[in-house]
Design a protein around this ligand. Sequence first.
Ligand SMILES: *Cc1c(COP(=O)(O)O)cnc(C)c1O
Length: 514
Amino acid sequence: MSSFLLHADTVTDLMRDVTAAAAAGAARLAGARQPHEPASHDEIDRALSRIDLDAPLHDFGAAVDELDRTWLRHAVWFHHPRTLAHLNCPVAVPAVAAETLAATVNVSMDTWDQSKAATVMERSLLTWTAQRIGFPDIADGMFTPGGTTSNLQALMLARDECLERSARTPHAAPRPVRAASLRILASAESHFSVSTAARILGLDDDCVVPVPVDAAGALSVPALRRVLADLATQSLTPMAVVATAGTTDRGTIDPLEDVAQVCAQHGVWFHVDAAYGGALLVSPTRRDRLAGIERADSVTVDFHKAWFQPIGCSAVIVRDGRTLRHCAHHAAYLNPADTPEPNQVDRSLQTTRRFEALKLWVTLRTMGPDAIGAMFDAVIDLAARVAHEVRADARFELVCDPSLSTVLFRWTPPEAGNDDAAGAPLAAHASSTTGTGPDAVDETADRWVRPIRRAVWDTGRATVAETEVAGRPCLKFTLLNPQTTLDDVREVLDLIHETALSLTAHDRTGKARA
Ligand SMILES: *Cc1c(COP(=O)(O)O)cnc(C)c1O
């Protein structure tokens, strides 16, 4: 039985099995001619349900063969140049290899006595990131599984700093009473994990106050001032302002400098969610777009987005490392307060924790930060060129200018009244519901967003995302692959157009039959 446990006598097995696993992945990856092979949920479910988890194969090679048939065959490939749907990146080779190394050693990052040099490496990376941000020497931080957790941890610190301060006021109300008056200010385009964090933190249901955005989707500073003034009249306490550096949809960077100014005036914790845009920290040409981030109290950076790291790899970086004390719990069995060396669990919401920092470390040591930043620059440049094409293409409507590497657009149904396949039924549909005119055209374009996204995905030949901007649905390219070319994207645009035409033709046939 123990022949499957890693020890000195099984290192040959380790090398053989890791090679076999890598080879299976590599073969599928190299052979992937499109983002994924179409297969229904039922089909996949049926194949997997035949596997009896109580009847092991006793052979790793056989297990990999089975995986190849049941999983890898159906994987979605994020390195494929026509995979354009999500903020999930192709990954750096050194980082993938480092994952194996981290698992081999099975470091647990919670205490010094389990991690030693790994703790120093992790702490160096956090300091390095803090320096990139421009934080003072007292900065610190923590690795987390993702931006969702980084935002949670940042807002927990903000809450506890705020409650600690209010506890010192004369005749302070009990903590739950004070907590009920706390508000988090974030733009309507901020990530939903801000609300999730608020719920987990036990704050009031309506504690996240949306701050209106300007036409570009950036948090409006005058509106922020108004909301703050409004809270004051209601005796509510602003606990944190969240600015986003790279919103998930539009890639908008909120005006960090101005928001910092307002936060300083009001003594409010300033959190910057740079889950997406944080990779600008290593951009050789666009670092200036994050100006003002150095004035934040906390920053979320997702290395598993535009830093080309495998999931999960995120960090929350804080201006003042002492604020991390709010996460500390000293358990007798684990991390007595008088340990001379750092126990990272004292700063984390997790206990047992993977050495996620290793892959980033190895990537930096192998490729260097400029190479990562240059890859992010490349996809930002590509987005600009794609937007330029889309704007000039009568088949599509560009929804807004890209800010980072997303492009938002809609398919434009051919004009009502012409002879194109889609014209007549769409006009009929539009006039039956909303009358004719530009609004009707808008509605038809909107109506096709979801079916198009789905139909394109069903082909397996490309993936494109859908979202909503200013209350209207649209299609979205998330460009995170520096290998994707303008021609690849053109191919996808053609596919979208053909798919849309055939959907609308179907629609007409269906209506005719009905
Ligand atoms: C992706 C994203 C998150 C969530 O991060 P996860 O790593 O998916 O948990 C938070 N904020 C922004 C702006 C994001 O784009």
